[in-house]
Design a protein around this ligand. Sequence first.
Ligand code: ATP
Ligand code: MG
Length: 418
Amino acid sequence: MKQTYVVHYSEVALKGRNRPEFVRALRRNLVRALNGLGPVVELREGRFLVTAEGAEEAVSERLGRTFGVAWYSSVTAVEPEYAGILAAVLDAAKKASGKTFKVEPRRSDKGFGLSSHDLAVKLGAAVESETGLKVDLSAPDVSIRVDVTKTKALVYSNKTRGPGGLPVGTAGRVLHLFSGGIDSPVAAWLLMKRGCVPVYLHFYLAPTPSSAVESKVTRLVRVLSDYCGKSTMVLAPFAEYQIAAAGAPMELEPSLFRRFMRMTAEALAPRFGAVALSTGDSLSQAASQTLWNLAVFDRGSGLPILRPLLSYDKEEVIALARRISTYEPSLEEYKDCCAIVTRHPRTRVKGGLIDEYVTRLRFQDLVLKTVENATLYTYNPVGGVAKVSRLPNVPLEGGPRSGPRQIYEQGGGGEAHD
Ligand code: ATP
Ligand code: MG
């Protein structure tokens, strides 16, 4: 059965001249999120009217994962005239549980015959006499809202908060270091919440990428694709690096490995049109994440490095991971990634020392080889299609020459399928 919903957007409304682009991106993302439910998404006087098939819970779950949505509700849409509004309000009141109610009309069409106040009084009296419910303006059991627009009047009573944020695809691409632990998926989600499209980069140790493809890493990408649409991950082997770094002092290894990861990420970023790198670092969570060691990681980077979890405690990260459904897959066993562990990591590694090893161990060559041997994993939640291929040598769509505008048009990883 088809049901109509009203969807209001949040900060999107504040973006001045960019607003039409943000609204277009949100519309595209709503169509994508409701894929398979026959969605029709129409912009009507500053809000979306969405029609979709299927159970309300299923639709609600998907609207609740679409960034840029401030709130939504299933609605009865009627002609903007009193008789139709009254019938819809009575219907909503009869379905309501509780003993008290309030009618809250709002008119975006000021040409409607009655003022909001008069409409509330008239409808309230009718509900009282027809249903036996009592008016309570301060703490009603149910609020019946009536939005009168030029073309429709919308009657609803179950307003639900959306995830807020900005539509994915409106803030550019970020190359995101993705370990498969608890932190990095949450960091990716927070970047999406601000409109970014993460391109994931995962380093693995096995001789072939197949164990990474079959691991929790791809499962996590699939979970996250529910929030951002089509997703891309580069699987980069670090065996060559490990052989080369075998002779370096043990206590420098975490910082060396992390510098190698950063340099590889920087080399890959232009191919995806990524304008920044990002990680799941949280300040002082581990020795490699002290302020001094983060400075060594960033030293000489040509790109900004975003760390959405910098100030989060682990408990806060875990709570968020549970909420967004990445926690369980993050806990799955996966032996293949972070093989470099030292018992006495340094908390203040000297940047100059790492720079020396970067030259001595020929990191530039190692990075080139790693990129050459990398594999591309893509996943499209529309149809659930996963593909594994070699990493193309040319800039990919939305590459260095395409600015944000072009990224919106291409969907920035979250294309419309309408
Ligand atoms: P996570 O931080 O994701 O929970 P973790 O705690 O095992 O995983 P850390 O040692 O805290 O990983 O690493 C800090 C950050 O470094 C990660 O959040 C991630 O951005 C990056 N990172 C670590 N290992 C890898 C890897 N194998 N591939 C890509 N990025 C990685
Ligand atoms: Mg961590």
